[in-house]
Ligand binder design. Structure first.
Ligand code: HEM
Length: 274
């Protein structure tokens, strides 16, 4: 590795390195040794200075403590002793909690700033208030007639049912009177969710659905259960099905064209099953 020893060109003899740039100061760690006060050494020198100043502060505090303890022992009335200025502050559980709250807050704020949503547009049920504050626990029981009155007319709320579960969907634009899915208001049209026969399948009767249609119903059930704006408020009680009655005929709706990207984006609706 002779090439490492001498990087100077042939003919030039390299001088051994000697730092003559700055004045020398006492090495704070090794007695009787002088070291250069050059820039690279300053952090070490400064740290030693800092440690010395801390030590001095600590010694001063110990003296105060001694005097304080002695005064207490003599039964004198003394002010409480100030804490040791050099004591390392422990983070503790409260500090950790504060840190977590701040991080979560900053994360949510960044989400609002970057995506317009505090939850980064996630619809996870763990991020929804309704998971932690269930309104009435979803325990109300509706008759079909009672449910039908909650159709958004005369300023009433809009409830819809799917396969027995009743949801308050008043926040959904599509269900308002005149909206494209107002036909779901006040009824359990579970079958229509699977078949797309919105006019003729306003029934909870799921007999004879194909696997794909049945999966469609399950998809929409999940959609309502996980939706951030819709709250489950109870169940609808259906009269028993007459199994001898004919299975509702399929309407075979002409397949509409895929919705435009804008419409899909606006609706924030998941139509994966279609
Ligand atoms: C089985 C067939 C279908 C079912 C069960 C169905 C169901 C629904 C439901 C329940 C909503 C409201 C979701 C919400 O609460 O936000 C909705 C919205 C929407 N659907 Fe469908 N849909 C079907 C087929 C289609 C098709 C084929 C199209 C394409 C033209 C379409 C376009 C839309 C649009 C644009 C919205 C948003 C409407 C708005 O927010 O005003 N849907 N759909």
């Amino acid at each position: 590795m002779s090439w490492m020893k001498d990087l100077s060109g042939p003919g030039e003899k390299s001088k051994p390195y000697k730092d003559e740039s700055t004045e020398k100061v006492a090495d704070p760690n090794i007695p009787n040794r002088m070291v250069s006060n050059k820039k690279a050494n300053r952090p070490f020198l400064a740290y030693k200075e800092y440690r010395d100043s801390q030590e001095a502060l600590h010694v001063a505090w110990l003296k105060k403590k001694e005097a304080h303890d002695a005064a207490v022992a003599r039964g004198e009335k003394v002010k409480p002793l100030e804490p040791d200025p050099t004591a390392v502050q422990e983070v503790g559980l409260l500090g950790l909690l504060k840190f977590i709250v701040i991080v979560v807050f900053m994360f949510a704020l960044a989400g609002k700033f970057l995506t317009g949503s505090y939850t980064w547009e996630s619809n996870s049920k763990w991020l929804q208030a309704k998971t932690y504050i269930p309104k009435g626990g979803g325990q109300r029981l509706f008759s079909q007639e009672g449910l039908a009155t909650f159709n958004g007319e005369d300023g009433r709320p809009i409830y819809l049912a799917i396969d027995g579960d009743v949801y308050d969907v008043s926040k959904g634009k599509a269900y308002q009177p005149g909206g494209s899915y107002h036909h779901f208001a006040g009824v359990d049209a579970a079958r229509a969710f699977g078949t797309g026969c919105f006019a003729t399948h306003k029934t909870h009767d799921l007999r004879g659905l194909t696997d794909a249609e049945y999966a469609g119903v399950q998809h929409w059930k999940q959609f309502y259960a996980n939706h951030k704006d819709y709250v489950k408020i109870g169940k609808v009680l259906h009269p028993p099905l007459d199994y001898d009655s004919p299975i509702p005929q399929h309407c075979n709706p002409p397949k509409p064209k895929s919705p435009s990207k804008d419409a899909q984006k606006d609706s924030k609706t998941d139509h994966k099953e279609l």
